[in-house]
Structure formats: C-alpha cells, structure tokens
Design a protein around this ligand. Structure first.
Ligand SMILES: [Zn+2]
Length: 222
C-alpha cells in the first residue's frame, strides 16, 4: 500500500509538473507572466510611472462643481503643439481664450496640474454648431479629465517612453478612481472628429493594451 501511495504521488506530481510547465502559475504582480493572457504580437507593454515632478498652478478657466463629486467617465488626450512651458503659461494665462486642461505632461515626465479633478476644464467642447460627443453623448468637458501631452502633433514628433509611462500612470489612476475601462481613455480626435487631429500618431494599441493589463491586476496605485 505504501508503495502504491508513493507511486500514485509520483505519477501525480509528474502529471502536475507537466501541467505546470505548460501553464506556469500567474503571480498577480509578475510582469513576465503578462503574456499568459495576451496575444503574441502584444507582448510588449509599457509600465506606469508617477510624474518625475508635479505641481499645481490654478488656471483661471474652469467651472467649479462645488462640493458635488463630478461623475467622470472619460479621459481625453491632447497635444500641446508648442513646448511644455509655453503650454503651461498659455493654460494659466488670464486672457479670454477660455481654454484649460487638468494635466500637462512634458516629454521628460514632469506634470503640471492646472484644474482640480472635480472642476470642469475647457479642453474638448467642440463648437457651438457641432459640440463634441463620444458614442452619441455630449457634455465632454463636464464628464472628462483633459490631459495635454507635450508634442507638436505633426505626426513625426515622437511621444517619449517616460511621457507614455506618466500618461499611463494618470490614466490608470483615473480609471481606478472612476471605474473606467481602457476604452474610456480617448483622443481629442475621437470626440471632435473632422475638426481635431490630436494626439496624432499616439500609440493607442500599446497604450490601451498596457492600461487594460494594469487595470486587470489587483492592488497597485490608488
Ligand atoms: Zn486637443
């Protein structure tokens, strides 16, 4: 009987170890196991990184939502077209342009926040004749977070790895805080098609796949 048990255990462990070799156990935080639920061509993902530095500088152009928590179900990515510093200067200027965004992300990964997340920024309103919309619903500014990425939007200027990681970090945090999926992070061109082209040549498949993978993991950043 002892011999039989030993044999059964041995056979069992052999079979189990064969299965284990085919299906390595997936540790929730192990980056190298990400491929177990991804298609072969999407092996490469980017990882989120917090901003290198971040500061808050209030834009005069925003609509306060008071103490009522805003219902956020979109994040809209833009290109600054100019430099990071000129964009921040422009977004915080006391002029009559009435344009603002929540975050601006530099090529080196620095972030300046210019509108509080519970306040409405004016970044994707569209025109009076044709207000922006996404999947048939308008009020884009009212329900979104606007992110300006330092990029010329000429289709040639590259998005830097650090910039993508910081944008991913912002997107991941926004999605987690508002129960959003990777699909709900969109470009200005998606909510104002025909009029806007930013962020031109943004690596959407890489970004959304990375976001979805990180969202599927327990824990992580708040
Ligand atoms: Zn834009």
């Amino acid at each position: 009987m002892a011999m039989f048990n030993w044999l059964a255990a041995w056979l069992g462990s052999t079979r189990d170890s064969r299965l284990a070799a085919l299906n390595p156990p997936v540790a929730p935080d192990s980056h190298k196991n990400v491929h177990t639920f991804m298609t072969p061509e999407a092996y490469v993902i980017i990882n989120p990184k917090p901003p290198v530095t971040s500061r808050f500088e209030q834009s005069p152009d925003f609509r306060s939502n008071g103490d009522v928590a805003r219902k956020i179900d979109l994040m809209v990515l833009h290109c600054t077209e100019g430099s990071f510093l000129s964009a921040v200067a422009w977004l915080t200027a006391k002029d009559d342009t009435l344009v603002s965004a929540h975050y601006t992300v530099s090529k080196a990964g620095h972030v300046v926040q210019t509108v509080g997340i519970n306040d409405v920024a004016y970044h994707a309103g569209g025109t009076k004749e044709k207000p922006s919309s996404w999947r048939g619903r308008g009020n884009i500014n009212g329900r979104s977070i606007g992110v300006e990425i330092e990029n010329k939007n000429d289709g040639l200027d590259p998005y830097t790895p650090m910039q993508l990681s910081v944008c991913l970090w912002l997107a991941l945090r926004t999605c987690r805080q508002n129960n959003m999926t990777a699909e709900q992070v969109v470009g200005h061109e998606d909510v104002d098609p025909g009029r806007k082209t930013d962020p031109r040549n943004f690596p959407w498949p890489l970004f959304r796949t990375s976001l979805a993978v990180h969202l599927s993991r327990p824990g992580g950043i708040a």
